[in-house]
Write a protein that binds this ligand. Structure first.
Ligand SMILES: Cc1ncc(COP(=O)(O)O)c(C=O)c1O
Length: 420
C-alpha cells in the first residue's frame, strides 16, 4: 500500500481539507438516487464535472460557437483562440516542451490507435515484437493486435505477480532487438497499480526502444510530467479528468511525430491538395483531420485550469487515505477478496465476494444510491490472469469522503445479508 498518507504533516492536513471542500463544485453529486444520497464510486469509468467546466462549455455555445482555423470572421477567430489556448494549457499540464507535441483526439482509445496505425504501420515488419503488460485495457491490446496481424509482428506480454505488479525482471528479459515499441498502462483501471513507468521507460530506451504510456487513470490522481518520465507518447481522456467526453490528448515527441504519416485524411490536416498530390499540414494539425471537438477541447482547458488550482500532492494524499480506509474496512469482511494489492496503488478498489456475482453486488448497491462498476472492465486477459470472470470496482476521486466509504461498506454488508 502507498505510504504517502503516513507522511501527512499539519500543513498538508490543512490543504487536504481544502481538497475535500471542493465537493460542492460538482453539482451532480448533490442528487439523490433511489431516495438515497448519491455515492459516486465509478470515477475510473468517468469522473463528474465541476460547474466551471459546464459553464465554460455552455458559454462557448452561447457566445463563441464557430468553426476554427479556417474563418477570418470574429467568431471563428475567437473560437480558434479559445481552442488553441486550451492546447497551451494541456502542454503546460503535461510539461510538454512544445505545443506541436499536443494532439487533440477523441480520447485514450483514439490516441493509441493513432500511434499503432501511424507509428506501428510504418515501423513494424514481420518478426518484430510489440511489448505490453498483462494488465492492459482492451484499448492498449486490440489496436496493437490489429497492426501486428497486418505486419506479421508478435504481441508479447509482460507477466504480473498475484498482487498485480509487473515483474520487472521478466520485462528486462522480454526487451530484445526485435522489440519495436513498448506500450504500458501507467495506472491500472482494475488493480489500481501504479506502474514504475519512469524506470521501465529508461530500460527500454537503453535499447533504443520507444515507449507509449496509457495515462487514462493516472492524470486524475497524480502530477504527470512527460519530460521527466521521458516517454515517447502519452495518452489520456478528458472525461476521466473532470472534463467532457469525446476529447482527449496524444502527447508525442516532436521528432517522432514529424516522421510519422497522417492517421486520417481530410480537412485541416493539409497544406494543399491536388488530385495528384497532397502536402500535409504541420504538427499538430497533420494528425487532426476534420472539424475537431471544439467545445470539448475548450472544456478540457477549463478542467485543467480547475485541477491546476488544486494542490496535487494534497489531492493524492487525500485519495490514498480514502483508499486505505476503504481497503481496511473491506478486508474485515469475510468472503471479500481484494483484487490488486500492489504496494503502489491509486484510488481503485476491485474485489470479489465468494459465491456472489459482481453484477448482483452492483445492483443491490444501486438500490442504496451507490454507483460502482461491475464486469471485466475492458480487461478480459487480466480477469483470466486472476481466474475470475469479473470484479466489482469502487473507484474514488478527491470529492469522495470517508462517510461515503461507510455507506458503501454498509451496502456490502447488506449484499451479504440479502444474497449471503
Ligand atoms: C487504463 C485505461 N486505458 C484506456 C481507457 C480508454 O479510455 P477511453 O474510453 O476514454 O478512450 C480506459 C477507460 O476506462 C482506461 O481505464
Amino acid at each position: 500500500m502507498h505510504t504517502q498518507a503516513a507522511i501527512i504533516d499539519a500543513d498538508l492536513w490543512q490543504r487536504w481539507h481544502t481538497i475535500a471542500g471542493c465537493r460542492h463544485h460538482f453539482p451532480l453529486l448533490r442528487q439523490r438516487v433511489n431516495g438515497k444520497a448519491l455515492v459516486y464510486f465509478d470515477n475510473a469509468a468517468t469522473s463528474q464535472k465541476p460547474q466551471v467546466v459546464i459553464d465554460t462549455m455552455m458559454r462557448y455555445y452561447q457566445e463563441e460557437n464557430s468553426n476554427i482555423h479556417r474563418g477570418v470572421h470574429y467568431l471563428s477567430e475567437r473560437a480558434t483562440r479559445a481552442y488553441e489556448t486550451a492546447r497551451g494549457k494541456v502542454r503546460r499540464f503535461l510539461n510538454a516542451s512544445d505545443y506541436r507535441e499536443v494532439i487533440f483526439v477523441r480520447g485514450t482509445t483514439e490516441a493509441i490507435n493513432l500511434v499503432s496505425q501511424s507509428y506501428g504501420r510504418r515501423n513494424l515488419t514481420s518478426g518484430d515484437e510489440v511489448l505490453i503488460s498483462a494488465m492492459e485495457h482492451h484499448s492498449n491490446i486490440v489496436p496493437w493486435q490489429l497492426v501486428c496481424e497486418e505486419a506479421g509482428a508478435t504481441l508479447r506480454v509482460i507477466p504480473i505477480n498475484d498482487a498485480g505488479e509487473i515483474l520487472i525482471d521478466e520485462y528486462q528479459r522480454l526487451l530484445n532487438e526485435r522489440t519495436k515499441i513498448v506500450s504500458l498502462v501507467h495506472v491500472s483501471n482494475v488493480l489500481g497499480t501504479i506502474n514504475p513507468v519512469k524506470e521501465m521507460i529508461s530500460m527500454a530506451h537503453a535499447r533504443g526502444i520507444p515507449v507509449m504510456i496509457d495515462g487514462a487513470q493516472a492524470v486524475p490522481h497524480m502530477k504527470v510530467d512527460v519530460q521527466d518520465l521521458g516517454c515517447d507518447f502519452y495518452a489520456f481522456s478528458a472525461h476521466k479528468l473532470f472534463g467532457p467526453t469525446g476529447v482527449g490528448v496524444l502527447y508525442g515527441k516532436r521528432a517522432l511525430l514529424e516522421e510519422m504519416p497522417p492517421y486520417q485524411g481530410g480537412g485541416d490536416m493539409i497544406k494543399s491538395v491536388t488530385f495528384e498530390r497532397t502536402i500535409y499540414n504541420d504538427l499538430p494539425y497533420k494528425f487532426e483531420a476534420g472539424t475537431p471537438n471544439i467545445s470539448g477541447g475548450i472544456g478540457l482547458g477549463a478542467a485543467i485550469d480547475y485541477i491546476g488550482n488544486l494542490d496535487m500532492h494534497a489531492l493524492s494524499a487525500y485519495e490514498h487515505d480514502i483508499l486505505e480506509y476503504a481497503t481496511e474496512q473491506m478486508s474485515e469482511i469475510k468472503r471479500v477478496r481484494i483484487i490488486g494489492t500492489a504496494r503502489e496503488k491509486a484510488a481503485v478498489l476491485s474485489f470479489v465476494i465468494e459465491g456472489i456475482h459482481p453484477h448482483d453486488i452492483g445492483t443491490i448497491l444501486d438500490d442504496e444510491g451507490i454507483a460502482i462498476r461491475t464486469g471485466h472492465h475492458c480487461a478480459q486477459p487480466l480477469m483470466q490472469r486472476f481466474g475470475i470472470p469479473a470484479t466489482a470496482r469502487a473507484s474514488f476521486a478527491f470529492y469522495n469522503t470517508k462517510e461515503e466509504v461507510d455507506v458503501f461498506v454498509k451496502g456490502i454488508r447488506k449484499v451479504l445479508e440479502v444474497l449471503g
